[in-house]
Design a protein around this ligand. Structure first.
Ligand code: NDP
Length: 451
């Protein structure tokens, strides 16, 4: 569509130094052209051009004093992308690779993901180029306090509600929240991912991984396939990977891989609950390396290889692939090897873990491909449930939140397939998710005028 090519050309021109952001924008815009054909009012209101430009970008200095008394300086970001359907909502990432392009790609994706959850939340994202590896608790606390000293000016329970992402788990949320509370004198739902003991929601730590597996089970069921007995490869060893592995195991699958940025472990015997407890303790408490798994249990450890390279080079048979580490981790070669080795379904726990070329391989081979903005939306959905509980001053039970999560993942699956049917996209989950999310946000923008 000429309109999309022109818009993409202008967006490319303005954001040349941000390849991940341009990749995310291209992926969404190319698939929403049928909706732009159908609704000329979206084109007239310049919805596409407006969505590609964040409401605001905040970049700030984060000075802090480390455990040796030395002053350190990092760069902090918050990109408030769109509040068309609710307060800005999206996680904070602490990783040395963080830059404006990465935060913008994540914030842009978040707009449509949040629209799919059925809940009233807009899109945003933030973080810092801080590397939590090798840092002590004191370092992390000092960093988080300094980060919040600036961020607090820009957030609020009805304005912008950050949460965790890579490098930001319950410990960091605790330090960030503690400082916000001290400075503002308020105990409010300004962050999600809090501990249930002081305002958090049950199931929030589990929500992204559990939701991913609920979504994958729905995709498989749509083709009459049961997850039980299937061999599953999971990448990552952090929050999303741990709970994706846990739920897949609970539903009877055999999970055989995990990785971190240093190594991949392949456990053909299958990871069980005791082994997973070891990984949780290793990664969440000791902050150790995944290679220790192979010292403790019979498993192979491949240093310097991603899960997908290990699967490809080892010719390992996998039925279901759950990338839960980082962006662009599955290349087209990895995707072709997965297809060749019998993979029928890919569910993205991470954001944008498959390159555009890998996605093309999945589509060409009719693989069930669940894009991150749908498959990993369970995390932000339960964050929105945490916001609801905070507003009501109530705590829902684990069972209630889990039930709501299952319903939401089913509803996301249903709405994507319904959009795919409406636009004759033959079960294309990626385009269905983009269209369903985009149309909801675009309608809100048109209703609210040019703001
Ligand atoms: P964590 O920091 O808890 O874990 C990330 C894991 O991925 C770690 O094991 C890390 O290894 C590994 N990893 C990171 N970069 C690489 C790399 N380049 N190569 C190999 N492994 C790598 O993060 P989360 O589990 O929270 O997030 C994982 C993904 O899920 C991200 O894409 C995030 O945006 C997405 N996501 C997270 C949500 C959440 O609720 N947490 C919600 C929705 C999406 P190491 O230990 O060496 O650092």
């Amino acid at each position: 569509m000429e309109y999309i090519s022109k818009a993409l050309g202008e967006i490319n021109e303005k954001n040349r130094e941000q390849p991940e952001f341009l990749q995310a924008v291209k992926e969404v815009l190319e698939s929403v052209s049928p909706a732009l054909e159908r609704y000329p009012e979206f084109r007239k209101a310049k919805v596409v051009e407006r969505l590609a430009e964040p409401d605001r970008v905040i970049i700030f200095r984060v000075p802090w004093v480390d455990r040796n008394g030395e002053v350190q300086v990092n760069r902090g970001f918050r990109v408030q992308f769109s509040n068309a359907i609710g307060p800005y909502k999206g996680g904070l990432r602490f990783h040395p690779s963080v830059n404006l392009g990465i935060i913008k790609f994540l914030g842009f994706e978040q707009i449509f993901k949040n629209a799919l959850t059925t809940l009233p939340i807009g899109g945003g994202k933030g973080g810092a180029d801080f590397d939590p590896k090798g840092k002590t608790d004191i370092d992390i606390m000092n960093f988080c306090h300094s980060f919040m000293r600036e961020l607090r000016r820009h957030i609020g329970e009805n304005i912008d509600v950050p949460a965790g992402d890579i490098g930001v788990g319950s410990k960091e949320i605790g330090y960030l929240y503690g400082y916000y509370k001290k400075i503002s004198g308020e105990h409010t739902g300004v962050l999600t991912g809090k501990s249930p003991e002081w305002g958090g929601s049950f199931i929030r730590p589990e929500a992204t991984g559990y939701g991913l597996v609920y979504f994958v089970a729905e995709m498989l069921a749509a083709r009459g396939i049961d997850l039980k007995g299937k061999t599953v490869a999971v990448s990552g060893a952090g929050n999303v990977a741990q709970y994706a592995a846990e739920k897949a195991m609970q539903l009877g699958a055999r999970v055989i891989t995990l990785c971190d940025s240093e190594a991949t472990i392949v456990d053909e015997g299958g990871i069980d609950s005791d082994k997973l407890e070891f990984v949780k303790e290793l990664k969440n408490i000791r902050r150790g390396r995944i290679k220790e798994y192979a010292d403790r249990f019979p498993a192979s450890c491949i240093i310097g290889r991603s899960v997908w390279e290990a699967v490809r080079e080892g010719g390992i048979k996998v039925d279901v692939a759950l990338p839960c580490a980082t962006q662009n981790e599955i290349t087209s070669e990895d995707a072709s090897a997965l297809v060749k080795n019998g993979c029928v379904c890919v569910g993205e726990g991470a954001n944008m873990p498959s390159t555009p070329e890998a996605i093309a391989v999945f589509k060409e081979n009719n693989i069930l491909y669940g894009p991150g903005k749908a498959a990993n939306a369970g995390g932000v959905a339960v964050s929105a449930l945490e916001m609801a509980q905070n507003s009501m001053r109530l705590t829902w039970s684990r069972e209630k939140v889990n039930r709501r999560l299952i319903e939401i993942m089913k509803e996301i699956h249903r709405s994507i397939l319904s959009a795919a049917r409406e636009y004759d996209l033959k079960g294309d989950y990626a385009s269905g998710a983009n269209i369903a999310g985009f149309v909801k946000v675009a309608r809100a923008m048109v209703s609210q005028g040019v703001v």
